[in-house]
Ligand binder design. Sequence first.
Ligand code: ADP
Ligand code: MG
Length: 764
Amino acid sequence: SAVMDKFLRRKSLQMRDQQQAWQSSLQGRRLQEFRKSLPSYNEKDIILSAVSQNQVGHETAGDDVVVISGETGCGKTTQIPQYILESEIDAGCGALCNIVCTQPRRISAMAVSERVSVERGENLGESVGYKVRLEGEKGRNTRLLFCTTGILLRRLLVDRNLKGVTHVIVDEIHERGMNEDFLFIVLNDLLPHQPELRLVLMSATLNAELFSSYFGGAPIIHIPGFTYPVCTHFLEDILDTTGYRLTPYNQLDDYGQDKMWKMQKQVLRKRKSQIAFVVEDALEAASFKEYSQQTQDSLACWNPDSIGFNLIENVLCYICNNKKPGAILVFMTGWDDINALKDQLQTHPLLGDPSRVLLLPCHGSMASSEQRLIFNKPEVGVRKIVLATNMAETSITIDDVVYVVDCGKAKETSYDALNNTPCLLPSWISKASATQRRGRAGRVQPGECFRLYPKCVYDAFADYQLPELLRTPLQSLCLQIKSLKFGSISDFLSRALQSPEPLSLAGRHLSVLPVEPKLGKMLIYGAIFNCLDPILTVVAGLSVRDPFLMPYDKKDLAESAKSQFAAKDYSDHLALVRAFEGWKEAELEQYGYEYCWKNFLSAQTLKAIDSLKTQYLSLLEDTGVVDRATCNAWRHNEYLIRAVICAGLYPGVCSVLNKEKSVSLKTMEDGNVLLYSSSVNGRETNIPYPWLVFNDKVKVNSVFLRDSTAISDSVLLLFGGELSRGPLLNSKRIDIKAHQELLSAVQLLVTEDQCDGRFFFGRT
Ligand code: ADP
Ligand code: MG
């Protein structure tokens, strides 16, 4: 269409004029200066020519791919997509290009798109936009889109060929997230059929060769970065050099002679000697093990948790009082640790003085306004201390960091293929991560890195972290492969960079629903038993996230708000259903926000649940199990809802034994288990039901169950699988006779084999 061509040409020229106007404006020139100071600028021409050269000749996939590596902060994420956009606009084809840059985390997609818009003198949503799940800022003229990898995958569901996309840039590939690995397989297949598509892979550290060879020998461009030297202290050095001076007591005296201080000093002194003791013990054990056994054992026996936060506190105190000005970046394992340490530091006699110290948390779930504070420079004389998760390792660059304190661990989901339990345990980082963390200290001047673990422990670290594909449940991945119609799962995954073990694949259950199989089963039961709507709420709630907010400082209030919804039902799932239904009513009456505020609910999450319910419903209707006229006839029948929840969650079941003042819970595989206090059953001292079914368990020292619903014997017998064979049932004697009638009725309907559980109920 000539009209369209003409329109696009005019649009492109418009974009070029606008870009040139900005680049010659005062503010534009100033930002231009900053951008030119970044190391990536020196490689700009090489990068652009490598990216565009791929256009000619497509003999192998490698011709369409460029791998770029460079130190964090050198300007990969904010600059390279921008170079491509600018050069397309300069060439007068701005309106024709369509660049997609993926980020592993929503927070970086949002932050980076905002930054690039600023550098281009535009509002977000003009030529640059972002899209993450359930949120986005994208306009008709958006030509560069930052999105999460998940968003691009979902787009591939409906648009296998990525029609119209000219460039795909996959960022942070060194992290080896599952979504990224999955995307690689799809893109590797897609490239030969899609000559217009160029692929750019960006990575922080130097395992670029792996990706290059996977994509048929793609060229690698390395951006040389300059970092100042960083001096490394291992734990033994920290103790040696700072030794009993970890907390500089002599300086404490400068701050006041009053009694208060003297008392504090004594407390500190006592605490310090305890720390020294624990550290020495652990060191001895660790180095002993190193010589006597395999190095892996020294990792196992060296347990920094036994030192707690006090060591970190002391090191921070030492830096604050003995070292030149400069921000401190502390790497912690997770959000809860960060909050707890922050609380502890706020009462510290030296660090607690708010006029001298600026304490800032930094983790994935914080708001973007909170995030911006991290980039600000503090006033002169104020020490900025950022408490961060491993997010600050590569995706966020804080320019004024001079000191890094590294606890050596990170929380990652790992997956045990044998007993199907995702663990959220802090585990040791890799050597690559440790180097990356250390590098954060040398961006503006020579820095120092305090590693709170001994050298022998470091030596036993793996070189690189295990890819997520190899350590997480594959169910949702398998479902995606199936819905993309890529054929055999093991075939498909065998084409991955590194493939998971066959054992992980063997136990797969699949369905057309984009949810975990057990939740898909729950939905189908909900439809069959005509209580679909509340079950849709439960499943959507489990797939999005918990809408009940548990603010750290108002936990008790929040927990009691939640328990009101349970009204002695002993069910988190029913509490969710009630909270959701209450919110829907409140929305109709225009007081949805007050309702959420009062009840510690996240309106955003509830909205997400609502929209997911609609999606699930339409998918279910496609499968033909939903009868619109009757599917909600029993929506208020709690017994039925409970039973359907059980059908879905089985074999996630534990037995309940009420003791005098507490409840003891057991599962077959784990023995004793505990409930999170945020569960409505978590604080109960008596649960008048023999069983709890649960969705999820997490191993953190002990095994914890998340949301649970109490059920009766007969529900378990009828809706749980493996009726007579369940050793769990034998372990707790059920009066089978009392259920005999029920059982024989069921036996009329099913043969024993089918009792195994799945889909044996007919429409009648
Ligand atoms: P890389 O992706 O190579 O790690 P980035 O492109 O994210 O690097 O960042 C390059 C530089 O841009 C950083 O060193 C920092 O100085 C600056 N920068 C990035 N994001 C922001 C921001 N939101 N605000 C201010 N400066 C930023
Ligand atoms: Mg980056």
